[in-house]
Write a protein that binds this ligand. Structure first.
Ligand SMILES: [Zn+2]
Ligand SMILES: [Zn+2]
Ligand SMILES: [Zn+2]
Length: 92
């Protein structure tokens, strides 16, 4: 077994390793910027224990520590309806 055990983000397809995720949320038809590590007022001296992002970087999708920008709950478990993540893929 030589391949890495680190999971890959299904949104940005990067391995969880100190790189920022991409995309925005659309919640109930309204567009929100994703909340970065440390952007919720918590200390972010250390990388995210879950997805490895550094302060100021966007958590990878499926990270428990991402905050919902609408209700300020946990993005993965919040009660917002019509919760959608849209990737910012530039249209050529
Ligand atoms: Zn990602
Ligand atoms: Zn994270
Ligand atoms: Zn929410």
């Amino acid at each position: 077994m030589t391949e890495t055990n680190r999971p890959t983000c299904e949104v940005c397809h990067q391995v969880f390793h100190g790189n920022s995720c991409v995309g925005n949320f659309v919640i109930n038809g309204e567009r929100f910027e994703r909340i970065v590590h440390g952007g919720n007022g918590e200390t972010a001296d250390d990388p995210c224990p879950d997805c490895g992002v550094l302060e100021g970087q966007i958590h990878h999708w499926n990270c428990d520590n991402e905050t919902c920008p609408s209700c300020r709950g946990q993005a993965l478990g919040c009660d917002c309806e019509s919760f959608e993540l849209v990737s910012e893929v530039p249209v050529v």
